[in-house]
Design a protein around this ligand. Structure first.
Ligand code: PEP
Length: 249
């Protein structure tokens, strides 16, 4: 099956109104002749700015986290419906920084995925092993456990509307990239695991690689059979680098 490519930026906690304007404008202009789908996931306060600059362009936008709750007394939280109010198409869930610094469990990530789907968003569900886990040869077990929690909650039907991002924790922000073969192996595992629930959904699901993807390694990574694009941290803050990665998709 031909799957379209997606290149999504994760700005993390970076940006300012002034700086974002030039970055968003450059991405909007440069993405118009790129084949891949392009999106940026910005900090919550800048969603309105993303909407204002990107509306009517091919670039989608989204947030980096969402509450599992629909509404209520959850101080500081942001619901999926609120993200939809700001025109979001995407939301990152279960990023390793949320899992490790905010103690997000597999079950919470699954609940957030479900909340995003219920509101009509496309969740970008992050999975991936730490360096210790890779060295202990438990990468497959860890990724399978993270994925299974989501599958158990949303089923193949939900998975059909989600994007998975395989992000080895040791490759995020470190300049150390998984080799195309290392990444492909885990992407194939993820697809095979989903195929155990539904082969058609597995064949169509978009699986991104994330972890120090840069213009000089993006094409080789994204040419792997099960790598359908990238989730880009550091390089998404530089329009030229982000666009070069998108063009390689
Ligand atoms: C990320 O934040 O999801 C990421 C992959 O970061 P980087 O590209 O900087 O490694």
């Amino acid at each position: 099956m031909m799957r379209s490519k997606l290149v999504a930026g994760n700005w993390k906690m970076h940006g300012s109104l002034a700086g974002n304007l030039s970055l968003l404008t450059a991405v909007r202009q440069g993405a118009s002749d790129v084949g891949a789908e392009v999106a940026v996931c910005v900090p919550f306060p800048y969603l309105e700015q993303a909407r204002s600059v990107l509306s009517g362009s091919k670039v989608g936008w989204g947030a980096q986290d969402v509450s599992q709750h629909a509404q209520g007394a959850y101080t500081g939280e942001v619901s999926a419906a609120m993200l939809v109010d700001f025109g979001c198409r995407y939301v990152i869930v279960g990023h390793s920084e949320r899992r490790s610094y905010h103690g997000e469990s597999d079950e919470l990530v699954a609940a957030k995925t479900e909340a995003a789907l219920a509101a009509g968003l496309t969740p970008i569900v992050c999975v991936g092993e730490t360096l210790e886990e890779r060295e202990a040869n438990v990468t497959d077990a860890v990724v399978t456990r993270q994925l299974d929690a989501v599958l158990a909650r949303v089923g193949a039907v939900g998975m059909a509307r989600a994007v998975i991002a395989y992000e080895p924790v040791w490759a995020i922000g470190t300049g150390r990239t998984a080799t195309p073969l290392q990444a492909q192996e885990v992407h194939a595992l993820i697809r095979a695991r989903i195929a155990q629930s539904d082969a058609t959904v597995a064949a169509g699901v978009c699986i991104l690689y994330g972890g120090s993807m840069k213009p000089n390694n993006a094409a080789e990574l994204m040419s792997q059979p099960d790598i359908d694009g990238g989730l880009i941290g550091g390089a998404s803050l530089l329009a030229a680098d982000f666009l070069a990665i998108a063009a390689a998709g």
